[in-house]
Design a protein around this ligand. Structure first.
Ligand code: PEP
Ligand code: MG
Length: 851
């Protein structure tokens, strides 16, 4: 007899997995139906735990039984005593008898309703006793995400249940599971970064999530997975460089994912916000007014200019496979050249969007679909259009609004390639009169980039979403924009006077003279405020009573250095150098590093530049360092520990930094220090490098305070270091023992926790004892609300994300040192982060806060 085949059941629900004994029902807890686990759900959709057939779906839709090909039967019973609801709150997505694949949605249920009406939400997942299958292993007492490994069962047949349990596994040479840290899941930018990371590698790499799989080189396929922040995914690579491929992808997830995830519930980095008219203050829409959704806030006054998308006709049939293929390649090459030129000159937002378009242009799945259509007789234009529309149709089915909005990017690219095929590379755009309010059904990002921004007062779109790339661009350009105004907006005649109120979410058509006067005054006041902020941003930062506080920027690229200077940063307080080390097969040479650092120094001019040594290892693995896999990477070989474990790497980096010329001061910063021995060890390597290069003035060496150990030892550390810089992101994670990427703990992971504040105070005291500067470069420094508190605790320098610097400086200029100290004293005695936040918010709303 063959040994029983092992089958995998994936979690059908997101939630907390717990023993069946917890179910408040004798039938389940007593295993009368079979063995299993119970999940306390946090989301209202039940998914298939494996491939199979729906063998039972009662009319009450509260439970489903699924039979796998092996004969194993799994009963999924949503909540306890939910049969009594008679189907209320449940919606079935499958029929009895239907075949399903692992991860398919089976049922949706109203979590709130069940919480109120059911005996318990605990959902038993039972391997029925009848089917004779046995549970071998199960995942208990932990949070599970949909599609995550839940149980291993021994089935009586050889068929496989989970998609990854097949013989294909034998060919797999590398695999890794990880959690997605990108704030908005795998949307366009992360997908583009992942695809780009594989460009020099040959392996076939698949990303698995929610029971489905995508080619990791295809941004469209990756986005179509619909993976959200905090979900677990699996990477699988086959091929000669499979291990490098996995490391390269893991590095993208950990570096970019971790660095860009704001804690939910706080302000996100994205400028586009969806501000629906609030329920408390309903927006009246009298005749002549259209209600919309705010995509970029502000008020604009001007005249309507309708912008229509070019109508492009394409012949369905081609003239021959070779000619059509060549025509498509030529058109793509033309568009690529234009996008590359733009990527080099554009600023942050436009540059990122252009980079995403470049990635889509070479998407292997889109190209394969287009080539297949050409091979069956289609013209290049027809083939490209159908390939793009196919990808767009998949994205349109996703629940995630951000991903659905990427359809715009695909359609934009469709237009650009079709125009190039048509011999009209740039398309035709109208000459805009000054103070134009541009109206469109949906503005393409490329159309907006090509417009003269100085003449666009506002944007109104009939459709579109607040997180579309056109909306993000509008916000980055400071242009007020409304989306979802409805088709009526397209009937407005060119030249009509409009007031676009992207505060209340209303477009006013031909308003009366009184309203126009009022709007003109508001626009002028907003312009004056903007000018005042910009002026404050250019000035040296001081509190209201003259205490000097330096406001610098955190940067990780040349583009961010440019943004820092534009926003009035007085220098760079943290250059994250990981961008140079990740996504490659060998470390950057000394000359390559110094050239990159020099580019950033050149942008900063004479402003100080603080270069942090490589903060890699652990959860930011580097393909060319043979780091062992770690149980708990956050507590492993990372930061300065990695540098000291590979002293040649450190030495090369230090020599590269020593070669930088130009800034008034170029200083070094060491990440993840936990004892003074590490500083001494780096100092020794630095002194050696200085001797080798004949450096006369020793370089300043700062220490990041990111571990509670370093904060407690701040006074000792300050005796050895030239300055201290507090990394509140890590300091908070280690102080509160909460993973900084943990989705369920995100709301509690607050750097304003009194325990963290006490460590900041202790650090500042330690620095002061040796006449050293105490800076903050973690995320807390980017919250204007927190600035007075940090200053009151003794911090003299803040290093923040570039965009927030004007508000930060204005906030600091609005408070005195005495007020800051009083605030800090009160905060240290408060019981919770929430109480501290409330105190800081009240201070912000007080008479001296910015208006
Ligand atoms: C921090 O931990 O606060 C910090 C600035 O470092 P990183 O976010 O790069 O880990
Ligand atoms: Mg850190």
């Amino acid at each position: 007899m063959r040994p029983p085949q092992t089958l995998t059941l994936l979690a059908p629900l997101a939630g907390w997995s717990t023993p069946l004994d917890e179910a408040p029902d004798e039938v389940f807890a007593g295993r009368l139906l079979g063995d299993g686990v119970a999940i306390d759900p946090t989301e209202g959709t039940l998914h298939a735990p494996c491939d199979g057939e729906i063998v039972l779906l009662p009319a009450t839709r509260h439970a489903v039984t699924l039979r796998a090909a092996s004969g194993c039967e799994v009963l999924l019973h949503v909540g306890i005593d939910t049969v009594a609801l008679g189907g209320e709150g449940f919606e079935a997505h499958v029929r009895q008898g239907a075949p399903v694949s692992a991860g398919d949605a089976l049922l949706s249920f109203d979590l709130d309703l069940l919480a109120r009406r059911a005996k318990s939400l605990l959902t038993p997942i039972i391997v029925t006793a009848e089917s004779g299958c046995q549970i071998r292993r199960r995942s208990l007492d932990r949070a599970v995400a949909v599609g995550e490994w839940l149980m291993e069962i021994a089935a009586p047949t050889t068929a496989s249940c989970a998609p990854d349990a097949s013989g294909a596994a034998a060919a797999t040479v590398a695999a890794r599971r990880l959690k997605v840290g990108f704030a908005h899941g795998i949307h366009a930018r992360p997908a583009a970064l992942l695809a780009a990371a594989l460009r020099t590698l040959a392996a076939d790499v698949r990303v698995r999530a929610r029971g489905r799989e995508a080619n990791a080189r295809s941004t469209v396929a990756l986005m179509a997975l619909g993976v959200q922040h905090g979900e677990e995914i699996e990477l699988r690579a086959t091929g000669p460089d499979a291990h490098q491929a996995i490391s390269a992808l893991a590095a993208v997830f950990t570096t970019h994912g971790a660095a860009t995830s704001p804690a939910p519930g706080r302000s996100a980095a994205s400028p586009a916000r969806k501000v629906q008219p609030s329920v408390d203050a309903p927006v009246p829409t009298p005749p002549g007014h259209l209600a919309g959704v705010v995509a970029s806030p502000g008020l604009a006054l001007g005249r309507a200019v309708q912008l229509r998308r070019p109508e492009i006709r394409v012949a369905e049939t081609g003239v021959g496979v070779a000619q059509e293929s060549a025509a498509l390649d030529r058109a793509r090459a033309e568009v690529r050249a234009r996008l590359e030129r733009r990527a080099h000159t554009a600023d942050d937002a436009a540059g990122e969007i252009t980079a995403a378009h470049l990635e889509l242009l070479d998407d292997p799945e889109l190209l394969a679909a287009a080539r297949a259509a050409i091979a069956t007789g289609g013209s290049a234009g027809f083939a490209w259009r159908s390939a793009v529309r196919g990808g767009a149709a998949t994205l349109e089915t996703l629940a995630d609004e951000r991903l659905r909005e990427r359809v715009d990017d695909l359609l934009d690219l469709e237009t650009q390639v079709l125009l190039a095929l048509d011999g009209n590379a740039a398309g035709t755009l109208p000459q805009l009169p000054p103070q134009s309010i541009v109206i469109a059904r949906e503005l393409l990002p490329s159309q907006l980039i090509a417009l003269d921004g100085a003449r666009v007062a506002g944007i109104g779109m009939a459709a579109g979403g607040a997180t579309s790339h056109a909306a993000i661009l509008a916000a980055a350009m400071g242009i007020p924009a409304l989306v979802a105004l409805g088709p009526e907006v397209l009937a407005i005649a060119d030249g009509t006077t409009l007031v676009l109120d992207a505060g209340r979410g209303v477009l006013e058509i031909e308003p009366g003279e009184a309203r126009l006067t009022e709007a003109r005054a508001s626009v002028a006041a907003a312009a004056a405020k903007h000018a005042a902020l910009s002026a404050a941003a250019r000035r040296e930062c001081r509190t209201a009573d003259g205490a000097r506080i330096e406001v610098l920027a955190n940067i990780g690229s040349v583009a961010e250095a440019q943004a820092a200077v534009r926003n009035g940063a007085e220098g760079c307080g943290l250059l994250r150098t990981e961008f140079l080390f990740l996504d490659r097969q060998s470390p950057p040479s000394e000359s390559e590093q110094s050239a990159e650092y020099q580019k950033i120094a050149d942008v900063l001019g004479e402003r100080p530049l603080t270069i942090r040594t490589l903060d890699a290892g652990g959860d930011k693995p580097i393909a060319y360092l043979p780091l062992p896999p770690e149980e708990n990477p956050a507590l492993g070989l990372r930061g300065v520990r990695t540098s000291l474990a590979w002293p040649e790497l450190l030495r090369t980096q230090l020599r590269a930094v020593l070669a930088v010329r130009g800034p008034a001061e170029c200083r070094l910063l060491l990440p993840m220090i936990s004892d003074v021995g590490e500083i001494e060890a780096v100092r020794a390597v630095l002194a050696e490098a200085e001797r080798e290069l004949g450096q006369r003035v020793p370089m300043k060496l700062g220490v990041m305070i990111e571990t509670p150990a370093a904060a407690v030892l701040a006074e000792r550390i300050a005796a050895l270091a030239d300055f201290l810089s507090i990394g509140t992101n890590d300091l908070t994670q280690y102080t509160l023992a909460m993973d900084r990427g943990h989705p369920q703990l995100a709301a509690r992971l607050d750097a304003l926790h009194p325990a963290v504040l006490r460590l900041i105070a202790r650090t500042a005291e330690g620095a002061a004892a040796h006449g050293r500067h105490a800076a903050v470069c973690g995320g807390l420094a980017s919250e204007p609300l927190a600035a007075p508190l940090l200053i009151g605790l003794g911090v003299q320098e803040l290093s923040a994300v570039p965009a927030v610097i004007p508000q930060l400086k204005a906030r600091i200029a609005g408070v005195s040192l005495a007020e800051c100290r009083a605030l800090a004293r009160r905060a240290l005695d408060l019981p919770s982060a929430a109480a501290v936040r409330a105190l800081a918010a009240a201070a912000l709303a007080g008479p001296r806060g910015p208006q």
